[in-house]
Ligand binder design. Sequence first.
Ligand SMILES: *Cc1c(COP(=O)(O)O)cnc(C)c1O
Length: 386
Amino acid sequence: MSSINSCPDVLPVIPMNSLSGVYARFQADLNAAAARVIASGWTILGPEVDAFEEAWAAHVGSGHCIGVASGSDALQLALRALEVGSGDEVLTVANAGGYSTQAILAVGARPVFVDIHPHSLLLDETAIGGAISPRTRALIVTHLYGRMAPMPAILATCRAAGIPVIEDAAQAHGASWEGRQAGAWGELGCFSFYPTKNLGALGDGGAVCCSDAGLAARLRQLRQYGWQPKYQVQIPGGMNSRLDEIQAAFLRVLLPALPELNAARQQVAAQYSAVLGALPGGALPPRPTEAVDVAHLFVLRHARRDALRAALLARGIQTDIHYPLPDHLQPGFIARLAALGEPPMAPAGALPASEAACAEVFSLPCHPSLDAGQVQRVCDALREVW
Ligand SMILES: *Cc1c(COP(=O)(O)O)cnc(C)c1O
């Protein structure tokens, strides 16, 4: 008992995220993929991107996939493909990291926030109707933390109002509702392949999926300056946003492992959930049985969040907050909206469920490289500090 080795102070820190384990496991194939691209002498929009787009469309169950430079660009290009711009309103939520709001503001449109369901922390489909105006041109729904939003109800409401739906599936690779995957429900499904996502490249990357051939053709033009053919700018709103060959080659290595990597996250989440279920007031709200969550993040909430995080950190366990400040209170977004000549966004207090969640949520380490000992340490620490 007096051994220095049992002193908790020397336990290694358990990080929120760690990618080296996954890279080590696939190192030989990743090296071979990089070598193949280098030997080919072709680095932008070539056979690797074509092959990955085909594989990802098939995986998602979507007719088309267009590889782009990031998840943020995917959202922006989706809006541009729908010709959303200045004077238009786009519905979204305020608690999902700001990515959708950033894209809406970037195309010159106005974000209009729908509050969230206090238990799922996802868009509250019953609040959509009250947010629709004659200027509403699209809705972006985020499958936050790896949880599918209730797509049948959301689509029914939006279709009745003639509003196209963009899914932000950047945290939901492989998640599904009634067997249909995230990104295959709305008019457009956006993905990020940022390294820490459930399917990640070794740098930036993203994709837009859709089933409409016309939208797919527009997206292929928009990701490359609006060209068709080369050097002829046929449509407005073009960008330079392409998925690199080398990133597509890495993604082709990791895609076959996605189900297994998701299962590893789900296993960690199940262990945390079991521990919390046995703690007073710790049980997480039940999730709909139709949904398969892919545990991108393990998020819980507590009124004394900051004290709990400090106590966990003292035990060597990193945590994070996804996300601390809702979009309608972000100074940069407020300034951008003013620069667009639009009236201010919703004031503080206007989105009670979103604001309450931002004040109480925090995230435990939940990734495929955690070993059984690390998960056990987090579980033990949770029981101690609760
Ligand atoms: C990561 C993320 C994005 C942005 O993706 P990038 O590739 O980093 O631009 C968008 N939406 C959500 C929900 C995300 O988690």
